[in-house]
Design a protein around this ligand. Structure first.
Ligand SMILES: Cc1ncc(COP(=O)(O)O)c(C=O)c1O
Length: 284
């Protein structure tokens, strides 16, 4: 049985309970982060910690996040659960005001903080060599996708729609332009140029995106940050997505259109290799 973290305590998962009045449960009033573990070490920890602080600030949640204390909790969970490869999920909600009310609870209301581990093979997966198939789905999420909130119903519905169509994931489309995947950032490559949507309220500012674009710079690859259309995606030489647990994942089919050769492309492969090399060196 896993040991999880709940509001200061390390406890067995079956003893970790949260109130039915918790704002996270009633209003999806909470934010989260997912940090990947490789060889028992955390990838991109500081980026996740900084984004957590930003998400909390954007929602007016006054929660003190101490980087060293957070790192200690993450490491303790890795140790207690003996995680070699996998993820640590962290969620902070506006807590339990003891009743249901749209208005925020009094400032003194304690936030709820939960962390748990998930074991999962992240290096050497079948996806790396086989790639993923995606379908396009209308992006019907709210207008502040740059905040990593736990309101994940629409991405979940989009993912189910993709699965029902025999695909692995959905790329979300707004006004004819791809925003991002259900839980990843989206990229195409055309004539050697990497194209990915620019940062705004429309997409999550991926920690992996930032690192992968830095890797592209190191490799002197050409990058254009701008929205791209579905038609451009169908005609791309290659496509891939990025996320903390997927690193870069090749996309080999979009809406039944084969992308490039139908196999993972060389640019995505090189970026994945360098991303892993750089981030394993920097893992804590
Ligand atoms: C909507 C969305 N976009 C992008 C990402 C990728 O972000 P990161 O690289 O920080 O994992 C995620 C990750 O969960 C996501 O949910």
């Amino acid at each position: 049985m896993r040991t999880v973290y709940l509001n200061g305590d390390y406890i067995p998962e079956d003893q970790a309970t949260v109130s039915i009045f918790d704002r996270g449960f009633l209003f999806a009033d909470g934010v989260y982060e997912v940090t990947t573990v490789v060889d028992g070490k955390l990838i991109g920890f500081d980026g996740h910690c900084e984004r957590l602080k930003r998400s909390l600030k954007e929602l007016g949640m006054k929660v003190e996040i101490d980087r060293d204390e957070m790192l200690e909790i993450h490491r303790e969970l890795v140790k207690r659960n003996n995680i070699d490869q996998g993820m640590i999920y962290l969620q902070v909600t506006r807590g339990n005001p003891g009743d249901r009310d749209f208005a925020f609870p009094p400032e003194a209301t304690k936030p709820t903080m939960v962390l748990f581990t998930q074991e999962k093979k992240v290096v050497g997966t079948a996806v790396e060599t086989q790639g993923l198939k995606v379908v396009s789905v209308d992006d019907l999420r709210w207008g502040r996708r740059d905040i990593k909130t736990v309101q994940l119903l629409y991405p979940s519905l989009a993912k189910m729609e993709a699965k029902a169509k025999g695909a692995d994931d959905a790329w979300l489309v707004q006004d004819g332009f791809v925003t991002e995947g259900t839980s990843n950032n989206a990229y195409i490559v055309k004539d050697g140029k990497i194209i990915t949507r620019d940062l705004s309220h429309d997409i999550l500012h991926g920690i992996t995106r930032k690192s992968v674009l830095a890797c592209a710079k190191l490799l002197q690859m050409d990058v254009e940050e701008r929205p791209f259309t579905l038609e451009e995606a169908y005609a791309a030489d290659e496509a891939f997505s990025t996320s903390a647990s997927g690193f870069t994942n090749p996309i080999v089919e979009i809406d039944n259109n084969m992308i490039g050769s139908g196999k993972p492309g060389p640019i995505g492969d090189r970026l994945r290799a360098l991303y892993l090399e750089e981030n394993l060196k920097a893992a804590v």
